[in-house]
Every structure is written in structure tokens, then in C-alpha cells.
Design a protein around this ligand. Structure first.
Ligand code: TPP
Length: 514
């Protein structure tokens, strides 16, 4: 038994049995240890952004961490953007980053870098297994940190000699997981007092408050008190669709966000942050709330949010029943394909229990309005604004939930960041339908150029914002990675492809030319 074996045993003893990986020489003993563990599912990603994004999507659905295997500082660095997104979603994750053998570091070999420094900004916990004997303890610390509160990113650096050195073995046992903090009774009383004072109140929620049972209680509180319930702009996971409470989210577009809160006098935060502009825009405020608005945090993300919601209900009372969205299939238009028509087609055809991974950027802004009455589904968003999480997230969600259809709503520019994830979907035969919104441009940035007051795009700006020369052939690209694909230009063509794609199992891609 060496340090790498001990690492695997400790992970498995704690229910971590899925490893998203992209290894190198310094991790070869960890690879060999994983090889001796048939209980561990190892999934190769062909770029570290796929690895970390897949671990993010996996944990959001599995409700437990995956482990990632990353190669030294540069491998970790390639995966950082999606660690950032996962950190924003409060996704639990354990990253294992291999390093040179401790005694080799003095030589400053080409791959030597300050891994700790690279890991820190995107991790809640960073630790080093200094020697084989420290691996078990360090791994437990990493797991504990990943499972603390709402969830955290742990990065464990594993020097090659700590991995390959023999060590004494006592079979690891599952650690006791930290319990989330109980709601603060004084905050609950204060929130209840706000809800009774007759002012215009928004209850702003995220995290586990966005699961169906919690939203039902929130809606019953809202009916009783006249408050509005709203989801944060970006959320790790939300349960929505027919038979569930229809909750909207804070709009991305700053003027819409400001308008949404214009008459709000009080905000009660349930795991959420007070709403701010995604960016600063000249002449516009940073906070989306009116100056005089009162903000009260009922519960922080690390509190037990379901318990906080129940405590609030006990304090203020509830209406007898929640208002649930009825099943609704809007009429499909005909002719030219638009994002709206795609949402309408999905509202009619999406199977029950689908997992929608949304990285549609501008094309999905109106998706909610059309799909409140779609079959009940989970909705996973890009949480940290770092594009390139969509295809990986869908990949990880499909690994976590093999019996559910995963639907990726994928903007084309963002999709190109981690397009290699399609290969993993083919290799693992994952049931993912990717819908690429092929508008052949960075549409959002055309808008932002105007929004910041920099004027319309000229020749140079267009060359930085347009993707049409040459146009990306998504069908050929998916095919090259083993994923069947087809293109749709019209609503009728899209509807037919969607029907075919949803009737089969396995990865499929529709290039929706909009
Ligand atoms: C990692 C990262 N790099 C760059 C950006 C800046 N950025 C924001 S949106 C965007 C392009 C979006 O284009 P696309 O994905 O095609 O969506 P569309 O705007 O066309 O709907 C870019 C480059 C970012 N958010 N994250």
C-alpha cells in the first residue's frame, strides 16, 4: 500500500467514486492506484477545463463531490476557470494535483510551479500531502472542507514521492460530515417582522432553497405575506417546470434588473447575495436595489437553508397550498428558427426529469417565460460568468444521472472553449443532447459595446466579436469526436430533429442556425 492507494481508499470510504482526470507523469502512481480500484469510475477529459467543469456538473446533481486528477500547476491552471464557476456555485469538489517528488523541486524542472499559489483563489481549502504518511489525514481534511457548509473546492497537492512511498495501512472509515449551521433565531424573527410590516418585500433565494419542497413553502409564505420570491441571477441548480412553483430569476441585463427592484423596499436574503450589476456601466449604479432598501440576511449560504425557510414559515404562517405551474405546451411558430421557437419546442417535448445545462448566454434569456409549464426538470446555470462550463457541466451531470436526459443549451462562442467535452460524451456514451445556438457571433458583446457607451462595432471590433468567417461547422466537429449531429435552419426542421434526438439514448448535437 502506497500513498496513492491510501488516497483512493480514503476517497472511496467517503463515497467519492468518480474521478474526472487528465494525468501526467507525476500522477502515474495515482493512475496505477486507481487502476487497482474497480469501484472507482475514471473519466478522461481532453482538457482540464472539461475535467473541472464535469466535476462541477456531476456534484451539482450527485450531491456529493467527484475527485479530479490534474497534472501539476499548468494542468490546474487550465482547469481554473471552471473551478471558479464551481466555487461560485458552492459545488463540493476534491482536486488532486500531482507535483514533482519533493526532492526534485530544487532542480526547477520545466513543469515546476507554485501550485499552492495557483490553487488558492479558486479553492476554499488548499493542502499538501508532504509524505505518504500524511496522505490519509490530508485527504480527510480535503473531503471535510469540500463538504462543509454549502460545499467547497478542496485542492490537495500530491507530490510524486508521497504517492509512490509505501505506508502503513489502517482501513479508512467515513469521516463525520460537518452539519450546516442552524438558522439564527434572531434573524428569523427579524425577517418575520419585515414580512409583517406591509412594505414591498422580495425574498431572494439560491442554493438548496431552490429545490421544489423549499420553493413550495416559500410560495406559501409569499401568499400569506404579499412578498415576492425571486431566484438569484445565477444558481447552481433549480427545480422547475409543471407541478412546481414558478420562480423567476434576477435579469442579467442591468436596466431590467434595476426595473425589477425599482419598487422593492425590503430584501430578505436566503443563501443569496444582494443583487449587483454583473459589470459596472458608466452612469449606472452597482447595486440593483433602491438606496433606501432594507437588506436582511435570513440565512447565509452555509446555513441550513431548508431549516431557515421552515423556521420562517413557523414564525409568519403560510397559505394552505402552493401555487404550482400547470403543464403548458405553447404553440410552435413556423418558419425561421429563433431562440424563442427553440424554447417553445423544448417546453412541449422535454422529457420529465430532464437536466437542462444552460450556457446559452443571450439566446436563453427568455427561456424561463416559455418553460414554466414544461415537464418538471432541473436547471443548471453558468454561475461564475466564466464561459466554457456548458459542455463539461452537461457531461458531468450525465455521469451522475445516467437515467435522465441531459439537455445542453449551448451558445456557440462559449461552446468552443471546451468543445472537447463532446469526445468524453461519446466515449462514455452519455445521454446528452447539445443544442448549439449558432448565431455565429459573440452576440452579448455586441450589446455590451453599446451598453458601456463605446459605440457600435467597426472593422476591428467586429473582427473580435464575429465568428462567421469561417463559420464553424458543428456537425462535422461533433462527428469528428464521435457524436452524431445534424443542422436545423427552420422551426419545422428543428422540431423533427428534437423529436428524433429525444427518442434515442446517447449523445447527439443539433446545430440550430439562428
Ligand atoms: C473565460 C471567459 N472568457 C471571456 C469571457 C468574455 N465573454 C463573455 S460572453 C462572451 C462570448 C459569448 O458569445 P456566445 O457564447 O456565442 O454567446 P452569445 O453572446 O452569442 O449569445 C465572451 C467572450 C468570459 N465571460 N469568460
Amino acid at each position: 500500500m502506497n500513498g496513492a492507494d491510501l488516497l483512493c481508499e480514503t476517497l472511496l470510504a467517503n463515497g467519492i467514486d468518480t474521478c474526472f482526470a487528465n494525468p501526467g507523469t507525476s500522477e502515474m502512481h495515482f493512475v496505477a492506484a486507481l487502476d487497482r480500484q474497480p469501484r472507482m469510475r475514471c473519466v478522461l477529459g481532453l482538457f482540464e477545463g472539461v475535467v473541472t467543469g464535469a466535476a462541477d456538473g456531476y456534484a451539482r446533481m450527485a450531491e456529493k463531490p467527484a475527485v479530479t486528477l490534474l497534472h501539476t500547476g499548468p494542468g490546474l491552471a487550465n482547469g481554473l476557470a471552471n473551478l471558479h464557476n464551481a466555487r461560485r456555485a458552492r459545488t463540493p469538489m476534491v482536486n488532486v494535483v500531482g507535483d514533482h517528488a519533493t526532492y526534485h523541486l530544487v532542480h526547477d524542472a520545466p513543469l515546476t510551479s507554485d501550485i499552492d499559489a495557483l490553487a488558492r483563489p479558486m479553492s476554499h481549502w488548499v493542502g499538501r500531502a508532504e509524505a505518504a504518511e500524511a496522505v490519509g489525514r490530508r485527504t480527510e481534511e480535503a473531503i471535510r472542507a469540500a463538504r462543509a457548509g454549502a460545499g467547497g473546492i478542496s485542492t490537495l497537492i500530491l507530490p510524486a514521492d508521497a504517492a509512490w512511498t509505501e505506508t502503513e495501512f489502517t482501513p479508512p472509515v467515513a469521516i463525520t460530515l460537518p452539519t450546516p449551521s442552524a438558522p439564527d433565531a434572531a434573524q428569523v424573527r427579524q425577517a418575520a417582522a419585515l414580512l409583517r410590516n406591509g412594505r414591498a418585500t422580495t425574498i431572494l433565494v439560491t442554493g438548496t432553497a431552490l429545490r421544489a419542497p423549499q420553493m413550495e413553502i416559500l410560495d406559501r409564505i409569499a401568499q400569506k405575506t404579499g412578498a415576492r420570491v425571486l431566484a438569484q441571477q445565477a444558481n447552481g441548480r433549480m427545480q422547475r417546470g409543471a407541478g412546481r412553483v414558478a420562480v423567476d430569476r434576477v435579469p442579467y441585463v442591468i436596466d431590467l434588473a434595476l426595473a425589477s427592484f425599482a419598487t422593492t423596499e425590503q430584501v430578505i436574503l436566503v443563501g443569496a447575495k444582494a443583487p449587483v450589476g454583473f459589470f459596472a456601466y458608466p452612469g449606472k449604479p452597482g447595486s440593483m436595489l433602491p438606496e433606501a432598501c432594507t437588506v436582511l440576511e435570513l440565512a447565509s449560504p452555509d446555513h441550513d437553508l431548508p431549516a431557515a425557510i421552515e423556521a420562517l414559515a413557523d414564525e409568519v404562517g403560510m397559505a394552505p397550498a402552493p401555487r404550482l405551474a400547470p403543464r403548458h405546451r405553447p404553440d410552435l411558430p413556423t418558419g425561421k428558427l429563433t431562440p424563442d421557437a427553440i424554447a417553445i419546442a423544448l417546453a412541449g417535448a422535454m422529457p420529465e426529469g430532464a437536466i437542462v445545462c444552460d450556457e446559452s448566454i443571450t439566446s436563453g434569456r427568455d427561456f424561463f417565460r416559455t418553460t414554466y409549464g414544461a415537464a418538471p426538470h432541473d436547471f443548471l446555470q453558468l454561475t461564475g460568468g466564466a464561459i466554457g462550463d456548458g459542455i463539461p457541466m452537461a457531461t458531468g451531470a450525465a455521469v451522475a444521472c445516467p437515467d435522465r436526459k441531459v439537455i445542453g443549451l449551448q451558445a456557440d462562442g462559449s461552446g468552443m472553449y471546451t468543445v472537447q467535452g463532446l469526445w468524453t460524451q461519446a466515449r462514455e456514451k452519455l445521454d446528452v443532447l447539445t443544442i448549439v445556438f449558432a448565431n455565429r457571433r459573440y452576440q452579448i458583446l455586441h450589446g455590451e459595446l453599446l451598453n458601456v457607451g463605446a459605440g457600435p462595432a467597426g472593422e476591428n471590433a467586429s473582427r473580435m466579436l464575429d465568428l462567421d468567417n469561417p463559420a464553424i461547422d458543428w456537425v462535422q466537429m461533433a462527428n469528428a469526436m464521435g457524436v452524431e449531429a445534424a443542422r436545423a435552419n427552420t422551426v419545422e426542421g428543428f422540431r423533427d430533429l428534437l423529436r428524433t434526438a429525444l427518442a434515442r439514448k446517447g449523445p447527439f448535437l443539433i446545430e440550430a442556425v439562428i
